[in-house]
Design a protein around this ligand. Structure first.
Ligand code: ADP
Ligand code: ADP
Ligand code: ZN
Length: 218
C-alpha cells in the first residue's frame, strides 16, 4: 500500500498515519518529523531548514525532494508507505512522479483530509508533541495521561514553536497558496479520495480502514 496523506496543517494526517502504520505495519514517513530530527541533530540540512520552519514557511523544494527520494529508495519502504506532509507543492508532486517511476512503483491513492478552517486553529494551538518519538497529543481532544509525559515512550511533551499563534497563520497562508492546488492536481490524475476530517479520530480511522480494505494492491 502506497498512499499520500494531503491536507492543511492540523488536519489529523500525522495522527491517522501513525495509527494506520501500526495496524498495517508499513512506515509512516512524516516530512515535518524528518526535518525536525535534522534540526535537533544540527545537520547541515537542519540548519538550512530551521529558519523557514520557525517562520511557518515551506522549506525549499529541492531539500525535501532529496530527503524523500533517499527515504523511498530504502528497503524498509519496499512493502509500502504512508507519505504524510509530502508533497506540499506542485514541483514536489512532479518530483514524486519521477522518483516512483525510477523505483517502478505507483501510488494507490491520495487521501485528502477536508477540515473546516476554524477547527484547524483549535487543533494546532492545543497540539503537544513528544520530543523523543514525535507523536502528537491534544490538550482537549487527545490528552496524554500526564500532561507533560508521552504515554508511549515517557518522553517530554512540548509545544512546537510553529504551533504558536504567529506561525500558525503563516502556515495556513502557505497551505492556501502553495499546497491547496494539489487537490485539483490529484483529482485530475484520478487519485484523490476525500475524507471528512472534521469528525472524531476513531470515526476517521474506521473510514480509512474501510478504504484500505477495499483497495487492491499489487
Ligand atoms: P497534521 O499532521 O495534519 O498537522 P495532527 O495529526 O498532528 O495533524 O493533528 C493536529 C492536532 O489535532 C493534534 O493535537 C491531534 O491530537 C489533534 N487531532 C487529530 N485528529 C483529530 C480529530 N479528528 N479531532 C480532534 N482533534 C484531532
Ligand atoms: P503539520 O503536521 O502541522 O502540517 P509538519 O510537521 O508536516 O506540520 O511540517 C512542519 C514544517 O516543516 C512546515 O511548516 C514546513 O516548514 C516544513 N515542511 C514539512 N514538510 C514540507 C514539505 N513537503 N515542503 C516544504 N516544507 C515542509
Ligand atoms: Zn513519545
Amino acid at each position: 500500500m502506497r498512499y499520500v496523506f494531503l491536507g492543511p496543517p492540523g488536519a489529523g494526517k500525522g495522527t491517522q498515519a501513525e495509527m494506520i502504520s501500526r495496524k498495517y505495519d508499513i512506515p509512516h514517513i512524516s516530512s515535518g518529523e524528518m526535518l525536525r530530527e535534522n534540526v535537533t541533530a544540527e545537520t547541515k540540512l537542519g540548519k538550512k531548514a530551521m529558519s523557514y520552519m520557525d517562520r511557518g514557511e515551506l522549506v525549499p523544494d529541492q531539500i525535501l525532494i532529496r530527503l524523500i527520494k533517499d527515504k523511498l529508495s530504502s528497503p524498509d519502504c519496499s512493502k509500502g508507505f504512508i507519505l504524510d506532509g509530502f508533497p506540499r507543492t506542485v514541483v514536489q508532486a512532479e518530483a514524486l512522479v519521477s522518483i516512483l517511476h525510477q523505483l517502478e512503483l505507483k501510488l494507490d491513492a491520495v487521501i485528502y483530509f477536508d477540515v473546516p478552517f476554524e477547527e484547524l486553529i483549535t487543533r494546532l494551538s492545543g497540539r503537544r508533541t513528544c520530543r523523543a518519538c514525535g507523536i502528537n497529543y491534544h490538550i482537549k481532544f487527545k490528552p496524554p495521561k500526564d500532561k507533560r509525559v508521552c504515554d508511549k515512550c515517557e518522553g517530554t511533551l512540548y509545544q512546537r514553536d510553529d504551533d504558536k499563534e504567529g506561525a500558525i497563520q503563516n502556515r495556513l497562508n502557505e497551505y492556501q497558496r502553495r499546497t491547496k492546488p494539489l487537490i485539483a492536481y490529484y483529482r485530475k490524475e484520478g487519485l484523490l479520495i476525500t475524507v471528512e476530517g472534521g469528525k472524531e479520530i476513531s470515526k476517521i480511522f474506521e473510514e480509512l480502514c474501510r478504504i484500505f480494505g477495499v483497495a487492491r494492491y499489487e
